[in-house]
Design a protein around this ligand. Structure first.
Ligand code: ARG
Length: 565
């Protein structure tokens, strides 16, 4: 694609740096007013003239040519009209030429990004609260990879803490291997809940749990074996979900991996005079920065969540030499991240600024929030299963002839669930509703998948190879619907970059919805399949380009596009 902003900036004869002029040029909201606009009030101070007068003066000086065919001064704006036929053609051929690599870039070549996401806890079920971190983290993984970065996906397992001592006691007292075999983590969680109920009347249990936890820490054989078993059970459970969601990790180094990696960082913090003693505990005072102290070592000598995260950040920097390390974690942990980032900064690590907390909002279900303590969690697996089941009903009703209904239902159901976590700005709290995420006419994944499948079916009906379609009549594309659609298609590569650098996959999902809506308007206004072959061929290129971008965009969100629906 031509860089129209640059071309336009070169035509504006104003006393500003070109880069600054480029930064002020925007796409117009209404193409009746041209394609790009430059706001002249930005020049009022340097040129000492009212914006309307500046606009008139500059407009008179602009040389039109084959790229910029017209310029108008309107209310202090310079409105530029590009050669629209060429824009449409360029957009389509850029997409078709690059195919599934459209939107890829080499901006990240030679750079590494670590993404800490999903980070499940051993012995805890994978519930709907994990949806956002998993969906957002996995999408960022794919987006950064498309931009040429080397990405390290890290599942920072919650595999350390006194709760595992409690689990061992509970398992020894009430463990039922058959129930575990059948129900996996759900059974472990049941044991855990039971432990807490019994513990209230029996403080002896608390003591036993403490001693088992100490044995895990000391690497005692029996304790370690049991702990490994808990891990295996949890993995079996989450692996099934990760496979269905097509989510991958390069490292599973969790909290316990840092058991023996905290002494050196603690010593260094002490040597640099950052740590102070407070009632036997070791803390970093952060009052100056408006935060409570960051507790690093308790008075009994044990470490904390922050201690491990500090050790992990240092280890990751040494191991991967990352450009950025992202933590996709709910906003409830804002303070934790601010605190330990600050501690690393105070310790003199310049790269502390490359640690980014990618915070997101809460998910709740329409029928009321969930509570972990009472044990009635909403399992992600159940949500996915239900979405897939409902997808199957909808698909079967819409298209009874469809082959592979189960496979398509899986792609649609999983897509709908993932999209619900990727459609809004990530910081927003969301309420999950099956009806909404599965609405084929709404702003949903099924709507995108359906539009994509419709494109495929139009192309299939035309029944011609792409080669045979080359001859076409460009006049068939000379209309506002095609123009609007092509402008959106052309903006896709920039949207991929914006999504990466703002850690916001919703920039892509929002554009895809706009594209699908623009396509459907195009499709209503212009007959694609017709006897006029050169007209049909021209419009088929638009259809094919749309399908290509929708499919690519969905893939960056981790969502599959069924060929047929
Ligand atoms: N396992 C933690 C939780 O469930 C999330 C870990 C996030 N990552 C981190 N480096 N602290 O709350």
């Amino acid at each position: 694609m031509k860089d129209y902003k640059q071309i336009i900036a070169d035509k504006i004869n104003a006393p500003l740096e070109k880069a600054e002029i480029v930064s002020y040029i925007t796409e117009t909201a209404d193409d009746a007013f041209g394609d790009y606009a430059f706001p002249c009030f930005k020049l009022a101070r340097v040129m000492r003239m009212p914006p309307t007068a500046i606009a008139d003066k500059l407009a008179a000086e602009v040389q039109t040519d084959e790229d910029i065919v017209k310029v108008e001064a309107v209310n202090g704006y310079l409105n530029f009209f590009v050669n629209r036929q060429e824009l449409i053609n360029d957009a389509i051929y850029d997409v078709l030429g690059k195919g599934e690599r459209y939107g890829d870039d080499n901006a990240g070549n030679g750079k590494t990004i670590c993404i800490d996401y999903s980070s499940v806890n051993i012995c805890k079920s994978f519930h709907i609260g994990h949806l956002s971190t998993t969906a957002i983290g996995s999408s960022l993984y794919k987006i950064y990879s498309a931009l040429g970065y080397k990405v390290i996906g890290i599942n920072y397992l919650g595999d350390y803490g006194t709760q595992f001592g409690k689990m061992i006691v509970a398992y020894k007292l009430w463990g039922d291997d058959e129930a575990i075999r059948q129900n996996g983590v759900a059974e472990l969680q049941r044991l855990y809940v039971k432990f807490h109920q019994e513990e209230a009347d029996n403080p002896e249990l608390t003591e036993q749990a403490r001693s088992w936890f100490a044995r895990i820490e000391q690497g005692d054989k029996e304790a370690s074996e049991m702990f490994e078993m808990f891990k295996r059970i949890t993995f079996a459970d989450v692996k099934e979900i990760y496979d269905r969601l097509n989510v991958k990790f390069d490292s599973w180094n969790g909290e316990s991996f840092y058991n023996d990696k905290m002494d050196a960082p603690l010593k260094m913090l002490k040597d640099r005079g950052i740590i102070t003693e407070s009632q036997g505990a070791q803390v970093v005072d952060l009052q100056e920065y408006g935060m409570p102290p960051c507790l690093l070592v308790k008075s009994d000598g044990s470490s904390l969540y922050a201690t491990r995260d500090i050790a992990a950040a240092i280890w990751r920097k040494q191991e991967y030499d990352f450009d950025k390390c992202l933590y996709v974690v709910a906003y409830q942990q804002n303070l934790h991240f601010k605190q330990f980032f600050k501690v690393l900064e105070l310790a003199g690590f310049a790269w502390a600024h490359d640690l980014i907390h990618v915070a997101y909002g809460m998910v709740s279900l329409e029928d009321g929030a969930m509570s972990t303590r009472r044990g009635n969690v909403v399992l992600l697996r159940d949500v996915i299963n239900k979405a897939v089941e409902r997808s199957k009903e909808i698909i079967s009703a819409k298209n009874p002839e469809l082959k592979d209904k189960d496979k398509v239902a899986e792609q649609v159901g999983v897509g709908a669930v993932l999209f619900s976590a990727l459609e809004n700005s990530k910081i927003k709290d969301i309420t999950f509703s099956y009806d909404r995420v599965l609405n084929f006419d709404g702003e949903t994944a099924p709507y995108l998948q359906y539009t994509c499948a419709r494109c495929n079916s139009i192309i299939e009906k035309a029944g011609m190879s792409r080669l045979a379609r080359i001859a076409h009549d460009p006049r068939a594309l000379d209309n506002v619907e095609t123009l609007r659609l092509c402008k959106l298609l052309a903006s896709f590569p920039q949207a991929v970059k914006d999504a990466a650098y703002k850690y916001e996959p919703s920039i892509i999902s929002g554009l895809l919805i706009d594209i699908a809506q623009a396509f459907n308007r195009f499709y209503i206004a212009h007959r694609v399949l017709s006897d006029n072959l050169s007209e049909q061929n021209a419009r088929l290129t638009v259809v094919e380009a749309t399908a290509t971008v929708l499919k690519k965009g969905l893939s960056l969100l981790g969502i599959e596009a069924p060929e047929k629906m």
